[in-house]
Design a protein around this ligand. Sequence first.
Ligand SMILES: NC(=O)c1ccc[n+]([C@@H]2O[C@H](COP(=O)([O-])OP(=O)(O)OC[C@H]3O[C@@H](n4cnc5c(N)ncnc54)[C@H](O)[C@@H]3O)[C@@H](O)[C@H]2O)c1
Length: 421
Amino acid sequence: MVSKGPLLRLLTAINRRRMKLLMGFAFVAYVASVWGNFVNMRSLQENGDQKVESRIEEAVAPLREKIKDLEKSFTQKYPPVKFLSEKDRKRILITGGAGFVGSHLTDKLMMDGHEVTVVDNFFTGRKRNVEHWIGHENFELINHDVVEPLYIEVDQIYHLASPASPPNYMYNPIKTLKTNTIGTLNMLGLAKRVGARLLLASTSEVYGDPEVHPQNEDYWGHVNPIGPRACYDEGKRVAETMCYAYMKQEGVEVRVARIFNTFGPRMHMNDGRVVSNFILQALQGEPLTVYGSGTQTRAFQYVSDLVNGLVALMNSNVSSPVNLGNPEEHTILEFAQLIKKLVGSGSEIQFLSEAQDDPQKRKPDIRKAKLLLGWEPVVPLEEGLNKAIHYFRKELEYQANNQYIPKPKPARMKKGRTRHN
Ligand SMILES: NC(=O)c1ccc[n+]([C@@H]2O[C@H](COP(=O)([O-])OP(=O)(O)OC[C@H]3O[C@@H](n4cnc5c(N)ncnc54)[C@H](O)[C@@H]3O)[C@@H](O)[C@H]2O)c1
């Protein structure tokens, strides 16, 4: 038997130390790996937490928006509304009430304290134009096409439903004809059934390409019955005929407003009319396009003047047609220069070749409205233009956010030629 000598003892002691050292290393490695796993787990967990949080955020964001909308609708502040007694408060229907003129008329009648029902098929109108009244106890918005009959109880009907600008009414001429004929028959039928008074929003276009200047209400007009504009011009002429047939045969109370060019906030950006064209071109830094020398004249009324005229006519005893427009004439070039100045635009004025059938003069004779309604326009051109420019600027911002910027369309097309409206 070999006895453990001092050498063996030494070797054993060394091995034991190694073992201890190895065990120490192993322990440190174990602790390190456990720590590493722990740290990994934590960062994984943190990442996971962040992902979950961002998913929750994504899911909650629309709900938050909805809550905000709901809160807004509960705390909605409406424009101030007068209080009218039951006796004075009227139930008023406005067809086409979500359009340019109709929405301003809605504002006026609502603020005067009446109950207003807007009927619109949103062909050219927008809910945005009347959204500030949605939820008000005196207001109702009905999505309805006037080509279909309507059964409601009302005291007065402002019948405005019809596309009004050339690109819009030429888009579907048959529909324009139906709206102005069948739509008007339906509204006259409603007026007859419920004993309401009806005001027709007719147009200066019933005078066609006039041979007399300025046009008064006795002028019968000069309209091409088969031209591209006939769907509108003749549609409105027959709508007037229908009104007087219902008045004579059925005793319906009618009022007929022959409206001349009107401008203001909420007008269509791309309707191809001279005011909207010039404002859009000036705001977008594009040349202001003038056809011919620019010496042709036009007259525009501001929308609040028109609205006051419509209400005055409705509540008058004048049943024959009445012109509503601003007789203050300006040349097209003056309009271009003024709009350029008011916008503060560096756009140049570009002269294009003269359009063949561009009328040299457009001016309403409003003596009848002055005499019988005590009405005349009061808003100065510059003041109205500034309001329209402000609106167009905001609309461009709004539409840029929605990735849509309309370009002005060429002015009215007739026989393939452009002209100023
Ligand atoms: N703005 C003007 O310069 C002017 C000039 C002369 C006459 N008018 C007349 O005034 C009225 C209003 O014109 P606007 O400039 O406000 O035009 P607009 O296009 O802004 O408004 C017309 C409204 O009628 C609605 N509508 C069209 N067809 C309809 C249908 N079948 N059923 C229900 N709603 C329908 C449209 O959606 C729109 O809201 C029109 O009758 C127009 O002929 C306007």
